[in-house]
Design a protein around this ligand. Structure first.
Ligand code: ARG
Length: 459
């Protein structure tokens, strides 16, 4: 018989049992569910709602279930629907009467919201660790490459020279914001629904603050209807995960481009590459491609839950059981991607010569040539025009700006002298961009130092 079977006379359809049971996926919440039950039972006994002896039986029983679950010794039952009722049923089978008192003053509605919040908090913390590791790798690599000049792009056309360090530190900034979003998701999940009951609280004199403290929640939900209806906290994590994946995906796209023969900026280690079953020469950046691909499913998970929630009246509706699979899938996906991506990056070999050649070959110093003329009093718009003509001249002859003779320069403007060569050297182009946020070596070192401080503590 079902735990809720009292008012039913017929048994449930097997097909429906299978359809609405969530145990196949929510069984992974056994730890959170047992923690919630332990705290709830302790509170009930402190408040004199159940006896101390019943609490002792319940807590011993739950700890036994935890151990067995940890060792894979528990057989969950589809007919018992979900993790909450499976555990309650098993507990009662083991300890008898006292097990039936556990659910006093509680509902699966506040129980599932509590379990899911505990899960979100744990995942947010674990993901933050993964990101801290990634930022460490980015910062270490940046330190090695403060002098590695490469083209910066706009429209994927070579634009101005930057350094590989500057490029890597751009991603470090994104991931620092990702951590901020995870912190937010954590903070908003850190509020306890338990005590909201099914929807309207309970008549028992429960002590919600005690239970919250036991479970490590900072606060309790202020409105019982909201407590059981809200899944914003799951959406917050899904959004944070989506943006993390978006950032990973963009870098993956670059790594895929960079490891092509056309770019040749990077060679991935064999450990993170695959071959072709037919083409013997191939070395494919599968890890980066798969990470880029998995980004799609995480976005899908976010949209799935947004859509599930959009039409639901207060308070709990069974639709909300559909929150778990996307949430688990997105968290599992990001946690699988991050370590692989991080190690793929850490073991990649960057081709400094190719990067420099690309920066030297695409007129990336044209802005600096125009700026040199501005230094001689020419209005920027006119200087832009003059250098534009020089670029056209060079393009027709297969030359770069630094290969022109002074005579050729003077043909477009008599103001030119020898010092223009120094001004358009790639090193100077980079290092004279010496304002906060720009790629000059000193600015790069300052940002690296800031990242070290971030990694060491205040994050
Ligand atoms: N398995 C359910 C879920 O995940 C638990 C809550 C069920 N509550 C109910 N009143 N049917 O949402």
């Amino acid at each position: 018989m079902k735990l809720w079977g009292g008012r039913f006379t017929e048994s449930q359809s097997k097909a429906f049992d299978h359809f609405h049971s969530s145990i196949s996926f929510d069984k992974r919440l056994y730890k959170q569910d047992i923690a919630g039950s332990l705290a709830h039972a302790e509170m009930l006994s402190r408040q004199g709602i159940i006896s101390e002896n019943d609490f002792k039986l319940i807590s011993d029983g739950l700890l036994g279930l935890l151990e067995d679950a940890e060792n894979g010794k528990i057989e969950f039952d589809e007919a018992a629907e979900d993790i909450h009722m499976n555990l309650e049923k098993l507990l009662t089978e083991r300890i008898g009467e006292a097990g039936k008192r556990l659910h006093t003053g509680r509902s699966r509605n506040d129980q599932v919201a509590t379990d899911t919040r505990l899960y979100v908090k744990e995942e947010a913390a674990a993901l933050k660790n993964d990101l801290l590791h990634l930022i460490t790798v980015l910062t270490d690599l940046a330190e090695k490459h403060t002098g590695t000049i490469m083209p910066g792009y706009t429209h994927l056309q070579r634009a101005q020279p930057v350094t590989l360090a500057h490029h890597l530190l751009a991603y470090a900034e994104m991931h620092k914001r990702d951590i901020d979003r995870l912190n937010d998701a954590y903070r908003r999940a850190d509020v306890m629904p338990l005590g909201a009951g099914a929807l309207a609280g309970t008549t028992y004199p429960i002590d919600r603050e005690f239970t919250a403290k036991k479970l490590g929640f900072s606060k309790i939900c202020a409105n019982s209807l909201d407590a059981v209806s809200d899944r914003d906290f799951a959406l917050d994590l899904l959004y944070a995960l989506s943006v993390i994946m978006l950032h990973i995906s963009r870098f993956c796209e670059e790594i895929i481009l960079w490891s092509s023969r056309e770019f040749g900026f990077v060679e991935l280690s064999d450990a993170y590459s695959t071959g072709s079953s037919i083409m013997p020469q191939k070395k494919n950046p599968d890890a980066a491609e798969l990470a880029r691909g998995k980004t799609g499913r995480v976005f899908g998970d976010l949209l799935a839950l947004l859509t599930v929630m959009k039409g639901l009246p207060l308070a709990y509706n069974k639709d909300m059981q559909e929150d778990k699979e996307p949430l688990f899938d997105a968290a599992d996906t990001a946690r699988a991607v991050l370590p692989v991506f991080t190690d793929m990056l850490a073991t990649a070999r960057f081709n400094e010569g190719k990067m420099r050649d690309a920066a030297g070959g695409g007129f990336t110093n044209a802005t600096d040539a125009a700026d040199w003329l501005v230094g001689r009093g020419v209005p920027f718009r006119d200087a832009h025009e003059v250098i534009g003509r020089l670029v056209l001249y060079c393009s027709a002859r297969g030359k770069s700006l630094d290969e022109l003779t002074l005579e050729e320069y003077r043909e477009v403007s008599p103001l030119f002298d020898e010092s223009v060569y120094d001004a358009i050297s790639l090193e100077n182009c980079v290092n004279r961009r010496d304002i906060p946020g720009a790629p000059a070596r000193e600015r790069t070192l300052a940002l690296i130092a800031e990242n070290r401080r971030f990694l060491a503590g205040d994050n």
